[in-house]
Design a protein around this ligand. Structure first.
Ligand code: HPA
Length: 245
């Protein structure tokens, strides 16, 4: 049987309707994951959930132990990861509360432990990362969104910044010029690490705010929380359509 993992981001430290069966501590050779692994059933499907920022939302993006999180999910038997992530919208059709299933990544983060392949190697390994998200899993998420009647945006380039501060408006202009459509802080190295361990991985990005300089007002935590609440309700409906037989 296949086990699907959901990595919950900002605004998603728990899932409504999730029937928890047990919690699992899963230390790894790379350290402790962000939270216990929480096993249970979601709309009839066996899933495992991990809170990327910790269950109390205390771990900032640059301090997340991405290697421990991905290795713990591998060790518990997950073959698929659905990553929920809050983002800022840059492209005009990626406004607040929208769900986007991005197709590409540009990584602006730095100083993060980003590979499993560094010490005690038999040979140097370079993963193919041309398509950073697993195409068949992206299609499943898009189909589920369609069935749920949600206007999920198909594709777009996820720009991963270092955080934890938000960007300057000049940085967003630069990212846009580079081809970035949405901006978040946690997409990398998470996606690459999943590929290194041969786990299918795709992202449901939930737009929390217009990116810096894309609206007339300053970005507030209030606004982010409000939009995430709506986006997460849609995300839950999408998951229902994905998992319900
Ligand atoms: N920038 C980066 N990460 C984010 C943003 C943003 O504007 N909103 C939510 N996560």
């Amino acid at each position: 049987m296949t086990l699907t993992a959901i990595i919950g981001g900002t605004g998603l430290t728990r899932l409504p309707e999730f029937e928890i069966s047990h919690r699992e501590k899963m230390p790894t050779q790379w350290g402790e994951p962000s939270s216990d692994l929480i096993h249970g059933k979601l709309y009839g499907a066996e899933i495992v959930f991990i809170a990327r920022h910790g269950e109390k939302h205390t771990i900032p993006p640059h301090r997340i132990n991405y290697r421990a999180n991905i290795k713990a999910l591998k060790d518990t038997g997950a073959s698929t990861i659905i990553a929920a992530a809050a983002v800022g919208g840059i492209r005009p059709d990626m406004g607040p509360a929208k769900i986007v299933v991005p197709g590409q990544i540009i990584d602006y983060s730095h100083g993060r432990a980003g590979t499993f392949f560094e010490d005690d190697l038999d040979h140097v390994t370079h993963i193919d990362f041309t398509h950073p998200y697993t195409p068949s899993l992206r299609e499943k998420l898009l189909d589920a969104g369609f069935q749920a009647g949600i206007r999920v945006v198909d594709g777009g380039v996820y720009a991963c910044t270092q955080g934890p501060r938000l960007e300057t408006s000049a940085e967003i202009v630069r990212i846009e010029r580079d081809g970035g459509d949405l901006v978040g802080m946690t997409g990398m190295p998470e996606a690459a690490l999943a590929r290194e361990l041969e786990i299918d991985y795709a992202c449901c990005a939930i737009v929390a705010n217009w990116a810096a300089g894309k609206s007339a007002h300053a970005i507030s935590m209030d606004e982010i929380e409000r939009n995430l609440l709506k986006g997460m309700a849609d995300f839950a409906r999408l998951l229902e359509c994905l998992f319900k037989p």
